[in-house]
Ligand binder design. Sequence first.
Ligand code: HEC
Length: 207
Amino acid sequence: MKINKLIIIPIASILLFSCAKQEDITVSLVEEMKVRDLGEKYATELLRTLKQNLMKAMNNGGPYNAIEFCSTKAQNLTKMVEEKIDHGIKLKRTSFKYRNPLNKPDKYEVEALKIFEKYYKEYGQLRPYYIQKVKEQDGKYYYRYYKPLVVKPLCLICHGEPEKMDRQLYAKIKEKYPEDKAVGYKPGDFRGVVRVSIPVKLLDKLQ
Ligand code: HEC
């Protein structure tokens, strides 16, 4: 008896100590619903802003002009929407086949992209969203909401089969993004995701 206690107490305290240090990364149903609503709202806001600006640039000088626009503005516009939303919420677009190396997926995004791809292969349609709770590089915990993006005919102008793309346009893309991977898509393909990171503390405040 005595020996058992001597062993069990230290083990139990080690377990308790390590549990207390590690934040629980499971997401409850109530949290999921809140993250989904907020995430969807902000992902849509980013997409709307990008699309409006893309269309404006296309109308002003065609896709050739729009490439100039995208390569200088897409990152800035994302930051601008982030600042407008505020509350420490962070936005990113990412894909396995990324054009801008700044959009390269991190390990959690790789996991999310794989889940969307697997679902797409199994069910022939896009999973509506995916949610994680992760510790980001700043040491804080965030919920991550992922919204999938589908390729539409318009996207092929800049993300289609290189042989079918405007030659001058493709040359310009390669000049701006020598490592470009974001071509060869067909309408209906899974293109990537918008990621919305929401601080855990923010969600707590909203309760
Ligand atoms: C006028 C050309 C053009 C069109 C049309 C276009 N894109 Fe892009 N796309 C770009 C450029 C340039 C980038 C790189 C932006 C950057 O530097 O962050 C990009 C980046 C992206 C990214 C971020 C990941 C990556 O590859 O770096 C996604 C996702 C994306 N595009 C999806 C789409 C979808 C979906 C459509 C159609 C609705 C579309 N694009 C239409 C030019 C275009």
